[in-house]
Design a protein around this ligand. Structure first.
Ligand SMILES: Cc1cc2nc3c(=O)[nH]c(=O)nc-3n(C[C@H](O)[C@H](O)[C@H](O)COP(=O)(O)OP(=O)(O)OC[C@H]3O[C@@H](n4cnc5c(N)ncnc54)[C@H](O)[C@@H]3O)c2cc1C
Length: 379
């Protein structure tokens, strides 16, 4: 991992700066470096992938929910296929454990059918509708009258994915600079000039041909260092808390309720990690802060009630506060799409913004990297 002096790296062939060393910035760096671009990644923290990329459900989404034709649907399905391949070949730690989406009563059956149709339109395969007997045989502790079974859903260790992208990026010659924070941006004659705060707090200036803004929660602010136009989105922070479930997991797969239109997420669900630890979450709560990760133990009763609608036999004393993550949402009244754009129309050609990269950003990361390479015509 490089902690290099930036001035030593300012060589003529330096081309593309990536701001942010989360899973998305690293996937972009890996894709660009693999294609022969000279890539420099700036990460303000002392480790890679320590923000949202470390604070999520770690689900490899199959792409069921998103409107057909949206960037989320397209990039999720493409990214899932790549991630499933990395997992199958042992390059990244994960397991395709499958997922149930449960209709808890007959009134929810039309919504389950509609989700099944949406998933098929998105190219999500394989999918199976289970009746109550089949659901009970598959997962005896799950309560419901029917379910959709997505065998193409899995779990991944996000840290392992971050490290895989790091290795691919470094193999392609990318330089990864930790504790380097981009603080200002200027348009230069043939690209961009970044002012970067180094680990010793001194500043340095770097010229590059293009910039990819993958700054996660703060990407909307970083975007405004370079460009400003009325359609440039703003992030709304929506916190997601998790509670661990003590004792044996109630199912050996992921279990989700049907998404409620009024919720900003998919509804509190049952997830597993690779060690078999069961978790409930994430909930959705509008937040002021981009870094308040405390979990209020008092939320346990809400989690118990939400999960008990589709899981039998849960007890309050099984729940322990775990961790929280924060979503960068582009809207709070509807599910907005990813914003992935080179800002040429506002005079910022060579500047690519990645905004609103909430779920399924982990799953879609490799495909987002590919999209950026296409936008920048780096083949
Ligand atoms: C609760 C929750 C659950 C989720 N569950 C899933 C899931 O199950 N499956 C899935 O596919 N997706 C999931 N996601 C989404 C996924 O976690 C994110 O889309 C993904 O991690 C975003 O990665 P990122 O690289 O864009 O952001 P980050 O990981 O936040 O990385 C951005 C980086 O930019 C750096 N940075 C910011 N400003 C600067 C600067 N000025 N200079 C230098 N560096 C800077 C930050 O330090 C940070 O490391 C979930 C998200 C949340 C919040």
């Amino acid at each position: 991992m490089a902690h290099a002096n930036l001035s030593a790296l300012c060589r003529p062939n330096l081309r593309i700066a990536v701001i942010g060393g989360g899973v998305v910035g690293l996937a972009v760096a890996a894709q660009l470096a693999q294609r022969g671009a000279q890539v420099l990644v700036f990460e303000r923290n002392s480790t890679l992938g320590s923000e949202t990329s470390a604070r999520n459900s770690g689900v490899v989404h199959a792409g069921l929910y998103y409107p057909t034709g949206s960037a989320k649907a397209r990039l999720c399905v493409q990214g899932r296929d790549h991630l499933a391949h990395l997992i199958a070949s042992g390059k990244v730690a994960g397991r395709m454990v499958g997922k149930l989406i449960v209709a808890v009563d007959d009134a929810q059956l039309p919504a389950l059918q509609a989700l099944s149709a949406q998933a098929q339109a998105n190219g999500t395969q394989p999918l199976m509708l289970l009746d109550s007997a089949e659901l009970h045989a598959r997962a005896p502790q799950v309560r419901g009258v029917a379910a959709l079974w997505s065998a193409g859903t899995g779990i991944v260790d996000p840290h392992s994915l971050v490290q895989w992208y790091r290795r691919v990026a470094e193999h392609g010659g990318a330089e990864l600079l930790l504790r380097h924070r981009v603080v200002a941006v200027l348009r230069a004659a043939h690209g961009w000039q970044l002012s970067v705060e180094q680990p010793d707090s001194s500043m340095t200036v770097l010229d590059c041909d293009a910039v990819v803004n993958a700054a996660g929660l703060l990407a909307d602010r970083v975007a405004r260092l370079a460009c400003s136009h009325p359609a440039l989105p703003v992030h709304h922070f929506v916190k997601g808390n998790y509670f661990e479930l003590q004792g044996p997991a109630p199912a050996d797969c992921l279990v989700y309720p049907l998404p409620m239109p009024h919720l900003l997420g998919l509804g509190t669900h049952l997830t597993l990690d690779l060690a078999g630890q069961a978790r409930l979450g994430p909930d959705t709560a509008l937040a002021e802060s981009d870094h308040d990760y405390r979990v209020d133990p008092g939320l346990g009763a809400q989690f118990l009630a939400a999960a008990s609608s589709f899981l039998c036999g849960l007890q309050a004393d099984q729940l322990r506060p775990a961790f929280a993550g924060i979503r960068p949402k582009l809207a709070t009244d509807h599910a907005a799409d990813f914003y992935i754009a080179e800002e040429s129309a506002s005079g910022a050609s060579g500047w690519v913004n990645l905004l609103g990269i909430e779920s399924p950003g982990l799953t879609a990361s490799w495909a987002i990297g590919e999209e950026v390479a296409t936008i920048l015509s780096i083949n």
